[in-house]
Design a protein around this ligand. Structure first.
Ligand SMILES: [Zn+2]
Length: 284
């Protein structure tokens, strides 16, 4: 058998296997990775998903694939730009591939029954992220879902992904979601136009979402709110900005601030938290 792609040394000792993908390039401008993007494979068969990521025809890849049993496969060296994010945006960066490490978590996804993520698979994902953190400085608010950076196109890894468990291990930004009230307490729905919608859009943008501040609760805003809910308020993913969603967003922005500038919460960019808090008060 002819070996088409030469193997490489894995970047981490948690890697069980190297299966080289040809689908990668240079990181633009010698960018150092400072983001981690989590995906699910979204195919019925995870072995076929791995083959797809390594096929030159697919033109997609990820640095790592975490199989259901916790087996970690590395497909692209961390130094290279893997092709996992597609058209996307986070914190003003639209070439997310150049700035990130992509991890595919084997799961058939929403189209094929969307099973729970096994504990062993999550434990392996946590070990992998912690190992990445030893080599790269990844701020907590830059560990994101594919759905966070491409809300109109993507749902992965989805609302079943246990972000809380990652956070408990020091990975990612997370706060306990403010409970969904019985009445819902909806603030904005599709079609609303209001200066306060702009305020909400500003808060979402402040967190990192690539959202325009139009003041109109359009389908793009709904997609971003749904992406926010999938990650941070998974009990109800409907794209409606209710009290629980807006309050959770406010709590998250508040939780993030001390980390931005070390110990001091009085950094330059504290606007988002009070904005979201104002919205919630207005709705009470
Ligand atoms: Zn994805």
């Amino acid at each position: 058998m002819v070996l088409l792609v030469s193997d490489f040394r894995p970047d981490s000792c948690v890697v069980a296997e190297v299966k080289a993908s040809p689908n990668h390039g240079e990181r633009k401008g010698d960018a150092k990775p400072d983001m981690v993007v989590l995906h699910y494979t979204g195919m019925r068969d995870s072995k076929l998903a791995l083959e797809h990521l390594c096929s030159p025809l697919s033109e997609v890849s990820a640095h790592y694939v975490v199989m259901e049993d916790g087996h970690i496969v590395q497909c692209v060296p961390e130094s290279r730009r893997a092709w996992h994010a597609g058209a996307s945006s986070w914190a003003g960066e639209t070439d997310v591939n150049s700035r990130s490490i992509g991890i595919e978590i084997a799961n058939p996804g929403h189209d094929y029954g969307y099973p729970d993520f096994p504990r062993r698979q999550i434990a392996a994902t946590i070990a992998l992220c912690r190992s990445i953190f030893t080599r790269h400085r990844i701020p907590a608010d830059r560990v994101v879902a594919h759905s966070d950076i491409a809300p109109s196109r993507k749902k992965d890894p989805g609302e079943k992904f246990p972000w809380r468990l990652l956070h408990d291990s020091g990975i990612g930004l997370w706060v306990k979601p403010i409970p969904v009230t019985a009445a819902g307490g909806r603030i904005f729905v599709l079609g609303d136009a209001d200066p306060e919608v702009q305020t909400l859009q500003t808060s979402l943008r402040h967190l990192g979402y690539g959202i325009e501040t139009t003041g109109s609760y359009d389908s793009e805003t709904m997609a971003v709110v749904a992406a926010f809910q999938r990650h941070h308020r998974p009990a109800k993913v409907d794209g409606i900005a209710d009290v629980s969603t807006v309050a959770t967003l406010g709590a998250l922005l508040t939780a993030r601030e001390p980390r931005v500038n070390g110990a001091s919460p009085s950094g330059t960019s504290t606007k988002g938290a009070p904005i979201a808090a104002t919205l919630v008060k207005g709705a009470a």
